[in-house]
Design a protein around this ligand. Structure first.
Ligand SMILES: *[C@@H]1O[C@H](CO)[C@@H](O)[C@H](O)[C@H]1NC(C)=O
Ligand SMILES: *[C@@H]1O[C@H](CO)[C@@H](O)[C@H](O)[C@H]1NC(C)=O
Ligand SMILES: *[C@@H]1O[C@H](CO)[C@@H](O)[C@H](O)[C@H]1NC(C)=O
Ligand SMILES: *[C@@H]1O[C@H](CO)[C@@H](O)[C@H](O)[C@H]1NC(C)=O
Ligand SMILES: *[C@@H]1O[C@H](CO)[C@@H](O)[C@H](O)[C@H]1NC(C)=O
Ligand SMILES: *[C@@H]1O[C@H](CO)[C@@H](O)[C@H](O)[C@H]1NC(C)=O
Length: 372
């Protein structure tokens, strides 16, 4: 343990795992990346990434690799702390198993401040109805067929329910940037600096939009990423499904550049360089899937040697298409384990499964994969 600010919660070992205050730990915070830009006659810092580093007070002897957790769109690093129902979350779970954890707030969000330069720089919050329909109560809206299988959110998952309200107040407006790549490049820079600072290989876990950031972190620092865990990562490749059929993620998994072999040419549009094949589906529970032409697909050279887990729940909109993201990764040479939770007997979860009633059970499945 190196240079960690001491904040000890003072709980006995015996009470730790059952306490609503979670696992005893030490804490420090710091910022990575960010750059000064001029504003009026002064300078402001933009793009810095808030990092919270938690070190278990006990059980450090097994020295497993640290874990970096990256939250998704409209969320913050509080996703991994205690849950809206008051119980300990995934940070406590992994601290209790001896892991050091790093929780970030994505650039331009929450404690990673958004510093607008002009009046066209705006913020957009997810509404409560949006959050309920996609995350906490999809079974009341049925925007995709699997939604009706959702049972695991504590409380009724809508505005007025105290657990929902507690969750909803943790969400943070997304900066409305001209291109999603701007956000992704800022978070990638922050994660690259964090990986350099940690200086030994780690596990990178990303949820949803944070899944995009896992690919970019590994692409920037492949030697410092031991393994990747993509929890319902943003997808599927190239063309949105479920809520839109629009073009997205022009590098397949990301909007910001990824390193491919053969390399992408800088002077030609990215879109024109991929040979794509779409498999259509008329079944709304199985999305259309756009992959590279199987004749000589470009390879993700920096991701190829990093063991990767893609995890998908039963009732999320990701059940419609995460299988396609896995196909894309495999075509590009990445070694992926695909975990459809129904295949290990875990039912009824949706996209915010790490906040749902069986969150520790799912954390256990992820830990088994990390330690296998
Ligand atoms: C440390 O590990 C032991 C054995 O796994 C466990 O019983 C104990 O609860 C752990 N301590 C904490 C603080 O989590
Ligand atoms: C406002 O700032 C953004 C950077 O956040 C920049 O991309 C945009 O060009 C600026 N717009 C104007 C009108 O200056
Ligand atoms: C959810 O619970 C709250 C609080 O009891 C209540 O006000 C609200 O009407 C409920 N909503 C639904 C859709 O059941
Ligand atoms: C793009 O650049 C390459 C070399 O960097 C060059 O051979 C090629 O002609 C250029 N293509 C276009 C369309 O400009
Ligand atoms: C596949 O794409 C077509 C054309 O955009 C669309 O009409 C259809 O609904 C899509 N299929 C699914 C399952 O979303
Ligand atoms: C996940 O597994 C269940 C049970 O085997 C199956 O019904 C479902 O189609 C699977 N989903 C995907 C996307 O593979």
């Amino acid at each position: 343990m190196r240079g960690v600010t001491a904040l000890f919660l003072g709980l006995g070992v015996g009470t730790a795992s059952s306490s609503r205050l979670g696992t005893p730990h030490y804490r420090e915070f710091f910022y990575t990346s960010g750059e000064y830009v001029s504003e009026a006659s002064d300078f402001i810092s933009r793009g810095q990434v808030y990092v919270e580093h938690l070190v278990p007070a006990f059980n450090q002897t097994s020295e497993p690799e640290p874990i970096i957790f990256i939250h998704g769109g409209g969320q913050t690093g509080t996703n991994w702390l205690n849950k809206p129902d008051g119980n300990p979350g995934w940070a406590s779970y992994f601290l209790g198993k001896g892991y050091e954890v790093y929780l970030i707030d994505q650039a331009f969000r929450a404690r990673s401040p958004w510093t607008p330069l002009n009046s066209s720089d705006t913020l957009k919050a997810y509404g409560a109805r949006y959050a309920a329909s996609r995350y906490t109560a999809p079974e009341k809206f049925n925007f995709w067929p699997q939604a009706q299988l959702h049972t695991r959110w504590p409380g009724n998952g809508t505005k007025g329910d105290s657990i929902f309200d507690t969750y909803y107040k943790t969400t943070s407006p997304n900066a409305y940037l001209p291109d999603p790549a701007t956000q992704q490049l800022a978070v990638q820079a922050g994660l690259a600096e964090l990986l350099d600072r940690i200086g030994r290989p780690v596990t990178v876990v990303g949820h949803s939009q944070g899944g995009i950031m896992t690919w970019l972190a590994a692409d920037a620092r492949p030697k410092l990423v031991k393994r990747l865990v993509a929890l319902e990562p943003s997808g599927p490749p190239f063309i949105d499904q479920v809520f839109s059929q629009g073009a997205a993620r022009k590098y397949g998994l990301t909007d910001a550049p990824l390193t491919y072999d053969p390399p992408m040419q800088a002077n030609v549009s990215v879109e024109s360089q991929f040979q794509l094949v779409t498999t259509g589906s008329m079944d709304p529970s199985i999305g259309n899937c756009t992959l590279q032409d199987p004749q000589g697909p470009r390879q993700l050279t920096n991701l190829k040697d990093i063991p990767t887990l893609v995890l998908q729940t039963q009732a999320s909109y990701h059940a419609v298409y995460d299988w396609c993201t896995v196909e894309f990764l495999r075509q590009a040479g990445v070694s992926v384990d695909y975990l459809n939770l129904t295949n290990v007997g875990i039912y009824g979860n949706a996209h915010l499964f790490f906040l749902e009633e069986n969150s520790d059970q799912i954390a256990g499945v992820v830990r088994d994969w990390i330690e296998k």
